[in-house]
Ligand binder design. Sequence first.
Ligand code: SF4
Ligand code: SF4
Length: 257
Amino acid sequence: MSKKKNQNKKVSKFANPFVEKKKPKFLELKDKLLSIYNTVNLETTCPGHCVCCSIACPQMNYSEFLIIVNRVYDKFPKEKRMEILKRSIKYFFSNSLIKPCPLLDGKRCSVYEVRSLSCRCYGLWPEDVYEQRVQRFMEVTGLKKHEIPLNTQCKYVKRVDESKELTKEIIEKMYDDLNSLDAGVGNFTKEQIEKRYNQRTWHDWFMVNVFGEQNLSDLSRFFLAAENQSVLDDFVVQMCKQVDMVGDQVFKRNKHG
Ligand code: SF4
Ligand code: SF4
């Protein structure tokens, strides 16, 4: 068997439980997402060049991830895709709370047109609702408030058109609509949606998409069991090298649409 075929065999053992269920029509899905985002005008005065995306990437729904990853596969050159994958690997296995969004290109969002609802809403939430979200995150993670990245909203960003108020109810309805979309596209059960199984960070989604859920949970167990940080750091370096060798095959195999 040729070296190339051997590499293919190695890659094909990674199962992907999400994309194999149902392949969506991407233009339709993108239109549905845009119509949810356009429930109210979310355009802002944000000048960019700033800090929020350099601190963290918020969670996104599965449908949103599919549209963004399709953009990455279709429009980005190989080097850029590999860079995003390697950053995602590092973040997936990192305990740091500060994880700049892998989709940042310099100081600009490289997928701005299709960014997620949480990205669009940052700085625009009613303050009490944002505080409740932070409190919930504290409960789930056991972290103190000062340890949570972006534990307050940006004070410098305002909506361009505030003629229609952005209320808690409107934001919740938009997330409900995203969940309904996910239920159809990803075949998530009602219980999984209730447990927010369909909402993850970019790097978590991307790692599942490329390597498969089972492989990632095996790797996570390995990381939790390991005692020596330098062993883990070496492992991540080796994994990134593997990605350099087989990465484009992995990308092609997982390309959507
Ligand atoms: S939302 Fe605020 S912190 Fe983020 S880029 Fe815009 S102005 Fe900067
Ligand atoms: S997807 Fe874009 S807007 Fe959202 S956190 Fe990443 S760089 Fe920022």
